[in-house]
Design a protein around this ligand. Structure first.
Ligand code: FAD
Ligand code: NA7
Length: 571
């Protein structure tokens, strides 16, 4: 089923809330504000369908690497009870079908306008509302705006010389065309991150020849993917009541208990046993956080985990030169990946690894026929796939002409900041889902947490004058917290999208709260307990002030009257 609703809104319509983006975040937010709070809500989505990430990323092998039971909404018991899964991980078509079913089930389509890009937004303090501008020149107003723009949604098209000259098919994985058939073709891929590795494993058996242009070697552990039987699915379904509280009170929210054991507190043999057990079980987050407590923070523990993977690469790859090129020597501190037989794929006759790292054979330029590397070789291709990632987190915000009390690019200069990933000071009534410095965890669990909090905050605002904003002090303190936590991890030492380091010219900064979901949720609850600490409701403040001033004026008037009366009596 494809969800379509392209009926445009009238110019100058007013809504209680406008939501931008129809991924996991925007869809749930629409349901919460409309059906739980009873607001008049409208959602704009630039894609021709709903699903967000799972609408755009249709490349072979696209899938979640959060295990199936935990990559879903938890808010509705019936949806949980009804939706089945067949494999340990859900792939892109199934996730998209799930989100389309969510739209159907909660009758969301009637308030969704597809194929409509929002290009600008401006806040008026006087009117207490946003004006939202779409690419087709319409404007609507809204009291609240929720930007559910996606954290991995602005594609990174690298500036490689000659890219425009290529006469074959050039595609980015995040804009993968439905009509592209790579069977029997000579395919090249640039990029070996999570996306690239998924594409490589899935496409190798289909294509005539696959040439992998690798800049940095990648740590990948087995995913353990495979079919699951009905009994296992029913087992999860019977225990949802225990599972979700565990997910929400864990750090990474991937459905397992994080280890509390430091790696160096056990013998080398025990470490080996634990790593092997995780290798056999599968899943990247499990390998990093389920084995030992300090892989992401202690260099020695990290090196032990990395060395185990290096050993496995050597065992898996037959050609020693290829194995060497595939072996990372850096810390194991990017988003942890998992795949089914990633390293083994390089044993195939039709797969060639070309290391484009400095010192090996970097890409010189793209030609009409393919890719020329600095050794003078031209790699002829029919299809060139860019798996070069995203301008993560703030990318989509910076594309908007977004004006609160100042322009977003001025406020976020040099780097994006927020209060708890939810609001940014000077942008009243604008709520971000997975905005800068939100939690770095299983994202659907983070989305549910944030959407539910935003809904409560809107409700609080409605009883306090209808305007809410984060204070600059709260934002500054949160930024410092995020910096301090990130600085205590090894992630900060690696160049990756988690710190904006993948985009040439982008300020390297902390983009996530790395303190885990449990602690994040505790911060949210602490704010509510302390009367929405870090947020202000300016109209309530103004009303209180004017009531106080009125009371003061009245008591002054009474005082004057009293004096005048006493003077008159005395006279
Ligand atoms: P998105 O799904 O990105 O949706 C944002 C939507 O906003 C998009 O549809 C976009 O078109 C729309 N939009 C943006 N700007 C505008 C505008 N100006 N006007 C109108 N519409 C606009 N996370 C995990 O936790 N586990 C995983 O295993 C996992 N796997 C992933 C695999 C891939 C290949 C990718 C790319 C991401 C993965 N993620 C994973 C992260 C994933 O993005 C989130 O899990 C989740 O899908 C994000 O949902 P969202 O609604 O916040 O954003
Ligand atoms: P990533 O993790 O940012 O990976 C991008 C890959 O593309 C990575 O291997 C990069 O090499 C490579 N890259 C980027 N630019 C270039 C240029 N100019 N030349 C050569 N190679 C380049 O993006 P993904 O889409 O794989 O994953 C992002 C997240 O989405 C992922 O964590 C999941 O959550 C889903 P580098 O490593 O920088 O040397």
């Amino acid at each position: 089923m494809t969800v379509t609703n392209t009926t445009p809104t009238a110019n100058d319509s007013h809504y209680d809330a406008v939501i931008i983006g129809a991924g996991f975040a925007g869809l749930y937010q629409l349901y919460m504000l409309r059906d739980r709070l009873g607001l008049n809500v409208h959602l704009f989505e630039k894609g021709h369908g709903v699903g967000g990430t799972w609408y755009w990323n249709k490349y072979p092998g696209a899938m979640s690497d959060t295990e199936s039971p935990f990559y879903r909404y938890s808010f509705d018991e019936k949806l949980l009870a009804d939706w089945e899964w067949q494999r340990k991980y859900i792939d892109q078509p199934d996730i998209l079908a799930y989100l389309e079913e969510t739209v159907r089930r909660f009758d969301l389509a009637r308030d969704i306008e597809l194929s409509t890009e929002v290009v600008g937004m401006a806040w008026s303090d006087h009117a207490g509302r946003w004006t939202v501008r779409t690419a087709d020149g319409r404007t609507v107003t809204a009291t609240y705006v929720v930007t559910a723009l996606g954290l991995l949604s602005t594609t990174n098209w690298p500036a490689i010389p000659g890219l425009a000259d290529f006469k074959g098919r050039l595609v980015h994985t995040a804009e993968y065309p439905a009509d592209l058939d790579i069977k029997g073709k000579r395919v090249g891929i640039i990029g070996t991150g999570s996306t690239g590795c998924q594409f490589i494993v899935a496409s190798a058996p289909m294509v005539d020849k696959l040439t992998v242009f690798q800049r940095s070697p990648q740590y990948s552990v087995p995913s353990g993917n495979g079919s699951v039987d009905d009994g296992e699915v029913e087992g999860y379904k019977a225990k949802w009541g225990e599972i979700w509280p565990q997910v929400r009170s864990s750090a990474v929210a991937f459905g397992f208990e994080e280890s509390k054991v430091p790696a160096m507190s056990v013998s080398a043999e025990e470490r080996e046993r634990v790593f092997q057990q995780a290798w056999d079980r599968g899943n990247g987050f499990y390998y990093m956080f389920g084995t030992f407590s300090d892989i992401a923070t202690d260099p020695e523990a990290n090196e032990a985990a990395a060395a185990f993977i290096r050993k496995k690469i050597k065992e898996a790859v037959k050609d020693p030169k290829t194995a060497e090129r595939l072996t990372p020597r850096t810390p194991y501190a990017k988003r942890p990946l998992c795949n089914h037989e990633y390293y083994e794929v390089y044993n195939r006759e039709n797969v060639e690894l070309v290391s484009i790292r400095e010192g090996d054979t970097p890409i010189e330029r793209i030609t009409t026929r393919g890719v020329i590397t600095t050794d003078g070789r031209e790699h002829e291709l029919d299809v060139l796939v860019l798996a070069t990632g995203f301008d993560a987190v703030d990318g989509n915000y910076r594309k908007l002409d977004l004006r609160g009390r100042e322009h977003i690019n001025a406020h976020w200069n040099p780097a994006p900041t927020s209060y708890m990933g939810l609001m940014t000071a000077g942008f009243p009534n604008m709520f971000m889902v997975v905005g800068p410095n939100g939690p770095f965890v299983n994202i659907v669990a983070a989305i549910e947490t944030q959407v539910e909090f935003i809904t409560r905050l809107v409700q609080a605002s409605e009883t306090r004058g209808g305007v809410v904003e984060a204070t600059q002090e709260a934002e500054d303190a949160w930024t410092e917290t995020c910096k301090a936590i990130a600085g205590a991890t090894l992630f900060a030492k690696e160049q990756s999208w988690i710190f904006g380091a993948n985009i040439p010219g982008k300020q390297h900064s902390v983009l996530f709260y790395l303190g885990g979901l449990k602690n994040y949720r505790d911060c949210l609850e602490a704010s509510v307990r302390k009367e929405w600490d870090g947020f202000v409701f300016p109209r309530q403040v103004a009303a209180v002030r004017s009531r106080a001033e009125a009371a003061q004026a009245e008591s002054k008037a009474q005082e004057v009257e009293h004096i005048e009366l006493s003077t008159a009596r005395a006279a």
